[in-house]
Design a protein around this ligand. Structure first.
Ligand code: GAR
Length: 197
């Protein structure tokens, strides 16, 4: 299943792939923290159940995390994919799905973690950046890396143009990686995350 806060182009790519039975993975549900997220409309159009779990509807962060955990657990997902989900998950959430929460990040980790990976890479002046699919742990974008793709930074790039180019690579990487993980399994040992081991 997929957690998303934004427009949902990564979700759209997963939904396009999951119709093919040979892909091996299905998006069983979508959860968002934002009532107006484009990802929710994409889920509706695809006939996939969606749920909003907004922090504002809960007394505090701990209660929101419990609500989110329950909302996700209902779907009994094999894997939880964070596709532009812009909030940190509590350890109590991660304990429910050990080694089975996967995030996509728009930079080559461990460089430029956090909410502004594209902006930070551009500000640093790197000539190559990219995207990373990784297992989520208790840190901010610190979990074992499953797959990465490099994207060049071009002269004159701004945050929007660079992010768009990264997102093209990111969609392919995410679809390919999630499919392989679903079909072949994922082994996580320390910092090593290996598909089909
Ligand atoms: C993606 O580039 C994703 O890597 C990023 O948000 C974008 C969501 O796009 N996530 C983060 O920055 C998490 N730190 P989308 O809503 O079009 O899929």
């Amino acid at each position: 299943m997929v957690l998303a806060s934004g427009g949902g182009s990564n979700l759209a790519a997963l939904l396009a792939a999951h119709d093919d039975p040979s892909y091996g993975a299905r998006v069983v549900g979508v959860v968002s923290d934002k009532p107006g997220a484009g990802a929710l409309e994409l889920a509706r159009q695809a006939g996939v159940p969606s749920v909003v779990v907004a922090p504002g509807d809960f007394e505090d962060r701990a209660a929101w995390n419990l609500g989110l955990t329950d909302a996700v657990a209902v779907f009994q997902p094999a894997y939880v994919v964070l596709a532009g989900f812009m909030r940190l998950l509590a350890p109590t959430f991660l304990e429910q799905f050990p080694g089975r929460v996967v995030n996509t990040h728009p930079a080559l980790l461990p460089s430029f973690p956090g909410a502004h990976g594209v902006r930070d890479a551009l500000a640093y002046g790197v000539k190559v950046t990219g995207c990373t699919v990784h297992v989520v742990d208790d840190g901010v974008d610190t979990g074992p890396i499953i797959a990465q793709a490099a994207v060049p930074v071009l002269d004159g790039d701004d945050e929007a143009s660079l992010h768009e180019r990264i997102k093209v690579a990111e969609r392919s990487l995410l679809v390919e990686t999630v499919g392989r993980v679903a079909r072949e399994g994922l082994l996580v040992e320390g910092r090593q995350a290996v598909i089909g081991a």
